[in-house]
Design a protein around this ligand. Structure first.
Ligand code: ZN
Length: 349
């Protein structure tokens, strides 16, 4: 990445005041190094010497050799989440992080299949996550919903996890609003999951897959065709195919763009190479998100500023993108209207 001039502090303050919507955010990528090491100690989990202190952990963040190197660090967080109390703690800390960025609404992804073998069971994990979710809403005024995801290259547990999610949804107030799909795209096409997502959709659980990140337009087309999503995580490599961008525009498929994630995982060399402007010029509907804010050392405030200062996004496009994010969210229409009013104050910032 090129060295950039310091970010404009006045613009930073203006961005900080904006009410925001976060749609692409992984719980496991939001654990602070301090909490990670506390949890490792609590569970007597051996951490490699290169991660012995929070600063050493932090120094490894944002310097990933490749996707696999990143996944290894992501898994470190997963391994530290053992008991319901751990999930509660991490979610409450994420709530505070969202509050500090003036986020009104967040859809948080977590990956149930990592926790299938935890003695506490998935039910108790969801129970404490929902306790944290309700407290975050009461204490901080931030609404949170869940997008649990499946993993492309570990498809075996997918039917069991999906069945469990549908059961939980039927109990009501589960907070579960969509079914995600993550992991490496290449050699793991969305078509492998077509039947599972069809069954989920028929039970009221829409598809919200990652695609067009580490594979190109072919993966986006395959995902659109097989999973029929309203939204795509990333989708940025659709920019390599004008016809595909036109299709996304006419179908109004919403793209969750995560700039720092794309650059730190080597999809693009730097912000100037990022196709955000190409996607906007093609009329694609999109919004900006953080993906794994701790692992990419970023925040929504910073992502907005990178987009404005380095990627050619205009202020009005940013405001429109926040409204578009709310519209593309899985909130019910009456709650959307309440939040629309709050977002309308952004035009005065
Ligand atoms: Zn993601």
């Amino acid at each position: 990445m090129h060295a950039h001039p310091p970010l404009d502090t006045q613009l930073h303050e203006r961005i900080r005041q904006l009410a925001k919507v976060e749609l692409h955010l992984h719980l496991e990528g939001s654990i602070s190094p301090e909490t990670l090491l506390d949890l490792a100690k609590k569970h007597q989990f051996t951490i490699p010497a290169k991660f012995a202190t929070p600063d050493l952990v932090r120094s490894h963040y944002s310097r990933y050799k490749d996707f696999r190197d990143f996944v290894n660090i992501f898994i470190l967080g997963v391994n530290c989440l053992k008991t319901p109390e751990d999930f509660y703690l991490v979610m409450k800390q994420l709530g505070a992080r969202l509050a500090s960025q003036n986020v009104l609404y967040a859809e948080v992804t977590w990956t149930p299949q990592f926790y299938l073998l935890r003695p506490c069971g998935l039910d108790s994990i969801l129970r404490v996550l929902n306790q944290a979710r309700r407290e975050i809403e009461t204490e901080l005024g931030i609404r949170v919903r869940w997008i649990p995801d499946l993993i492309r290259n570990f498809p075996k547990p997918a039917p069991k996890v999906t069945q469990w999610l549908i059961q939980q949804m039927r109990r009501g107030d589960s907070g579960i609003v969509a079914l995600g799909l993550g992991g490496p795209e290449y050699a793991h096409p969305a078509s492998n999951f077509e039947l599972i997502f069809q069954a989920a959709r028929e039970c009221g659980l829409p598809a919200n897959p990652h695609a067009g990140e580490n594979d190109g337009p072919i993966s986006v087309r395959n995902t659109l065709h097989c999973l029929q999503p309203r939204r795509i995580g990333h989708g940025v490599r659709a920019s390599e195919d004008p016809e595909l961008m036109a299709l996304l525009r006419t179908q109004r498929t919403h793209l969750e763009v995560c700039l720092s994630s794309n650059i730190q995982l080597g999809i693009y060399a730097d912000f100037e190479q990022h196709p955000l402007r190409t996607l906007l010029d093609a009329g694609c509907e999109l919004s900006l998100h953080t993906d794994d804010p701790v692992l990419f050392q970023t925040s929504l405030n910073q992502e907005y500023q990178y987009a404005l200062e380095y990627c050619g996004m205009h202020w009005n496009e940013l405001l429109q993108s926040i409204n578009a994010a709310l519209n593309a969210s899985y909130l019910d229409e009456s709650t959307k209207r309440i939040l629309q009013k709050e977002l309308s104050r952004n035009s005065m910032v």
